[in-house]
Structures are given as structure tokens and as C-alpha cells.
Design a protein around this ligand. Sequence first.
Ligand code: NDP
Length: 295
Amino acid sequence: MPANIIDGKAVAREMEEQMRAEVESLVSSGTRPGLAVVLVGDDPASKVYVGMKQKACERLGIKSIEYKLPADTSEEDVLSIVCDLNGRKDVHGILVQLPLPKHINSKKVLLMINPAKDVDGFHPLNIGNLFVDESPLPPCTPAGVMELIHRTGIDLSGKHAVVLGRSNIVGKPVSIMLLKEDATVTICHSRTVDLADICRTADVLVAAVGRPEMVKGDWIKPGAVVIDVGVNRLEDGKLVGDVEFDAAAERAAAITPVPGGVGPMTIAMLMKNTITAAKRGTGFEDIIENICAQA
Ligand code: NDP
């Protein structure tokens, strides 16, 4: 039987309905959530992502503050903007769009963001919280992946979850989230031997490698849940995921499409984190002021 197609767009829309009400209630109690996005350079994909984030803010009534900086902006200037944003009361979330130009040290910039405003969930403190307990601001794509898995109704306890990719923004955090829900997790990467065989044992397969249609249909265990994080543009302009969709859909119980699967969920989770940050208020002011003063 062909798989159930997990409609990430519809789930994101449903979440937006709830979030719009939350924003209205925050506004009526005197706080409009604010998200500042810093974009350095002209990377076309980054521009598209930033545009999508701004539109989502508009739909929800979140204040959007944009910094569109030329590619030759100095690291010092980016750090100084982040420090200003850390201190602004109307900014609850700060997002520095990655990748940054090569002359800017991304690690240094991300470390400078107040963890209470780190709506991307990439600050080591938030990642650390995720590992030992819960992060109030989980990284957006992994959180979106988990929401889609939950929507399938699968009980993860004791299931074999295979994650393809070990990046800090997708593979590693999603593995920890799956582990916390008692899945037995295998993390695969470019040096993994017998990848296809490992995938064939996956009850849940999360593909985040960035290789167009690398995961073949016959790698899918019949009845598996397949979440395709990959976004790859082919030469003809078509967008495809990391999974051979049609063939995989013949075997899976549920599968996400690309586009329209994980992508919209990443944006929805960013909005959710911005609202959470606005509700929680800031913290770490003293520490952050010190770090910024030393920069
Ligand atoms: P990275 O390039 O940071 O990581 C890719 C991972 O895949 C690495 O761990 C790498 O292994 C592994 N890998 C690469 N080639 C192979 C291979 N042949 N076999 C097994 N493993 C392999 O990518 P990201 O995690 O940032 O993103 C992954 C994909 O997800 C991309 O297509 C990206 O565009 C997409 N993405 C989509 C988002 C969305 O909202 N939909 C958000 C974020 C990302 P190694 O570590 O050994 O190099």
C-alpha cells in the first residue's frame, strides 16, 4: 500500500493558527514578540529563507527586524549588531542566517547571542540543555522532524531509528531527541559502512545528508516512517530530497515530501521559539554584557 504522505505544510499551518492566538494574547498583555534576523551577503538560498521567515512573522503578528548587510561587513560589525540586539527589549529572538562569509567566525558570532534569545537553538548552552534535560529553545529543524514523527502516531519506544547525517544543526540533535523517546538510535555519516543495510533495519529513517535521492526505494523497511530533511536543487531547477520519493513511498507507511515536508516545519518551530522567548523574557544579561564588553 502506498505511504501516507505527511503534509508538513498543513501541520505548520495548523500550528500557526494556535500561535496567532498566542501572539494576540501576548500583545494584549503588552508584549509583541520580536524577531531580529541578520543576513550577511547575497547567498540566494539564504535570501529565500530569510524572506520566508519574515512572511511568517507578518502572518503571526510578530515584529520582524531585518539587518541585510553587504558581504564585506566585518566580523566586528556583526558582533556589535548582535550585542545591540542582545540589549533591545523589543527583540526576543535573534537569528544570524548561516552560512556567514568566510572571513566571519560563525562560532564566535553564535556564542555572542544571548542564549535566552537564541531562537535557532544553536548556542552551546541550549544544545547542552537538550543533551542533559530539555532545551526551552530546541533547534528548529530537529524539533520540526519530531513533530512530524509524532503526527504519524508511531510509539518510538524500542523502535530502531536511523539518522543519516551528524551535523550540529540536524543529525546530532535529532538523534538525541529520538533517544529521549526511547528509540534505539543509529547515527550514520560519510564513513559509515553498509549504509543501505542499516537503513533496511530502520523503523524510522531520518535523512539529512544533502545528497539528491541518495536513499533508494529498496533501502526502506516496509512500514517505516521516512522523514526527508534534504533540500537539493537539480540542474533543471527541480527540488528533491535525499530520498528517492516515489520508490520509497511504495514501501514506507508514512513519508515526507520535498518540498512541503520538513521545510515549513522549520519555520513554524522558529516562530514557536520566538513566542517562547517572548513569554520567558530574557536572562543572562550580566554574563552577556560582560562578553560583549570584552569583544
Ligand atoms: P551537513 O552538510 O552539515 O551534513 C551532512 C551530513 O551528511 C554529514 O554528517 C555527512 O557526513 C553526511 N553525509 C554526506 N554524504 C554522505 C554519504 N554519502 N553517506 C552518508 N552520509 C553522508 O548538512 P546539514 O545537516 O546542514 O543539512 C543536511 C540536508 O538538510 C541538506 O540538504 C540541507 O539543505 C537540508 N536542511 C534542510 C532544512 C529544512 O528546513 N528543510 C534545514 C537544515 C538543513 P560527515 O559528517 O562524515 O561529513
